[in-house]
Write a protein of this length. Structure first.
Length: 100
């Protein structure tokens, strides 16, 4: 049994990241950087939101930044200009698509 049982993740959690990205439209993600930011947002919502202490949050952010750099070849600060990173479909009623 893990010491932090709420940290047990499975493929369903990974599919939630993909489902969040699939909410996006062409208008939501005009650039490749927007796709990367959406991916980071979804990872944070699915995985980081379960973490309970600052040490684990810091570890997660380092992993996220390292993964972004390794797989997307982008630096966090180069891509993410505003924090916290939030996407939603409620920001503008006239534009009902998933947006930052």
């Amino acid at each position: 049994t893990p010491t932090k049982s709420h940290y047990t993740f499975n493929l369903r959690d990974l599919s939630k990241v993909h489902q969040g990205i699939c909410l996006c439209t062409k208008n939501s993600l005009p650039t490749a950087d927007d796709l990367i930011k959406c991916w980071a947002h979804e990872c944070s919502r699915v995985f980081e939101d379960r973490l309970v202490n600052d040490e684990d949050h810091q570890w997660f952010m380092e992993q996220l930044k390292q993964t972004m750099e390794t797989h997307f070849k982008k630096q966090w600060k180069q891509c993410v200009k505003v924090e916290p990173l939030i996407f939603g479909d409620f920001a503008d009623q006239k534009q009902a698509y998933y947006q930052e």
